[in-house]
Design a binder for this molecule. Sequence first.
Ligand SMILES: Cc1cc2nc3c(=O)[nH]c(=O)nc-3n(C[C@H](O)[C@H](O)[C@H](O)COP(=O)(O)OP(=O)(O)OC[C@H]3O[C@@H](n4cnc5c(N)ncnc54)[C@H](O)[C@@H]3O)c2cc1C
Length: 301
Amino acid sequence: MLIYHFFKDLVDIKINYEIGKKTWFGTGGKTKILLVINNLKSLKFLLKLVPKSQPIFLLGAGSNVIVRDGGINGITVKLGKDFKKIDYIKGRKIIDIGSAAKDLDISRFCYENSIGNFEFLRGIPGTLGGNIKMNAGCFGSSISDELISCRIIDRKGNIKKLLKEDLRFDYRFSSIPGDSIVLDAKFKAVTKNKRIIQQMLKKISDERILSQPINSRTGGSTFKNTPTESAWKLIDKINFRGKVLGGAKVSDLHTNFLINSGNANSLDLELLGEEIKSKVKKKYNINLDWELIRVGQFKKI
Ligand SMILES: Cc1cc2nc3c(=O)[nH]c(=O)nc-3n(C[C@H](O)[C@H](O)[C@H](O)COP(=O)(O)OP(=O)(O)OC[C@H]3O[C@@H](n4cnc5c(N)ncnc54)[C@H](O)[C@@H]3O)c2cc1C
């Protein structure tokens, strides 16, 4: 009976699913099992059921991920319906957002309700869970700015509420434990004039079109900026603008963006990234850190 309820509530179970194709890069292999989970009850059940030795990879919108060509030899989870809520608790000036809510939907919702300081999400194609995990940000804002608290669930199925003060956020870093899943989060809702929000949204959208290859298969920033220099500048200085390796290419528009120019596999992307790292290290003695999350196995030849 319990099993019946669990499966009924799961939207989808897919075996040997082409998960790489679902990432922004559109490269990489299959996952042995994909579970699209629609509600908390099912997620809790799953976490209690799966042995802790079995890794679970949580995929958001796949906008910062390279899935390696050998695929994910285990379970990939995507959060569905119930995790997409965006609620405005007006009396308390709080927004409560589910971790699968898309950035574009959050920025639209905030605009419609005259809530400011979420305009920057117009420029990021992820989900709230990925944003919190990565402490995503741009145009001088980041997701932790207005955060009050978030709820996470651990591998034993225990739910914990964490206040912003309980967490550490840094540039593209959060201290969300590696094996925990972000469920939802509450943010301060700061009222702002709709016209000002709209101007900001337009500015961000225009600047993105000019400066990022948003219509290409990409994964956003490949490397984190260093404390002293932007990654894109270092990549430019080693003359890698437009550099090609197999089907992978350094974007002509933004050198910290790698592109799948049509027939890339994940190895092409990763090797091009490693070549950049080694050239920058050799020339400037600087270690570039990957911002892209790389998961899965290399393909056996
Ligand atoms: C065109 C383009 C532009 C971009 N511009 C920016 C930018 O300006 N600023 C910026 O910061 N980023 C940018 N990115 C990168 C990316 O959009 C962000 O990192 C985003 O926050 C990732 O969210 P996601 O849902 O796609 O996460 P994914 O890429 O699917 O996953 C990223 C990581 O987050 C984890 N994760 C996802 N959901 C959860 C969850 N619910 N709980 C726990 N862990 C989770 C995953 O396991 C993985 O480790 C850009 C990407 C693209 C393609």
